[in-house]
Design a protein around this ligand. Sequence first.
Ligand code: ZN
Ligand code: ZN
Length: 173
Amino acid sequence: MAATDDWTLRPPYTPASDRDSFTVQLSASCHCGRVQYHLDADAPLDSKFCHCRGCQIIHVGASFQHAAIFSKASVAFTKESINNISFYSSSTRDNAYSLPCKLRCSFCGTLILDEGRNMVLLFPSLIRFDSPEARSKFQVNHHIFYGQRVVDIPDGKPKWEGLDHKSRRLDEP
Ligand SMILES: [Zn+2]
Ligand SMILES: [Zn+2]
């Protein structure tokens, strides 16, 4: 089997029960429940709103995307979920599994997360938070691709025209 065919044998696709150490701290689900995953961390490495055109179009009807960054090792899909995931690569524009790619529930269409080469970028709206404190750990740190925004969000957070720390700041005065 070629290395690229082995994606089910590594995180985030291996179930929590197959990992050496994995403590479920948060859980998430698509709308229909056929795709579910657990997190063994209670806070992301980073959290941001992305206002790029790609996110606006792919997240149908959303003006921007709330992306929370986690290591792949912190994410575990449930065993049953694997067969219900379909892939989309925004760079090659096809459905073959190749990184980076976007994951969607094949049944209800919910976007689940973006898998990058080293990290996953997931959408906190899918997580079931049991308290305001748990939710507050996902507060955004900054806005990216704010130059492509369709709505202004005057929240006092840093705003980057493109990528964070690699583009001009567009903070409100
Ligand atoms: Zn679903
Ligand atoms: Zn984006």
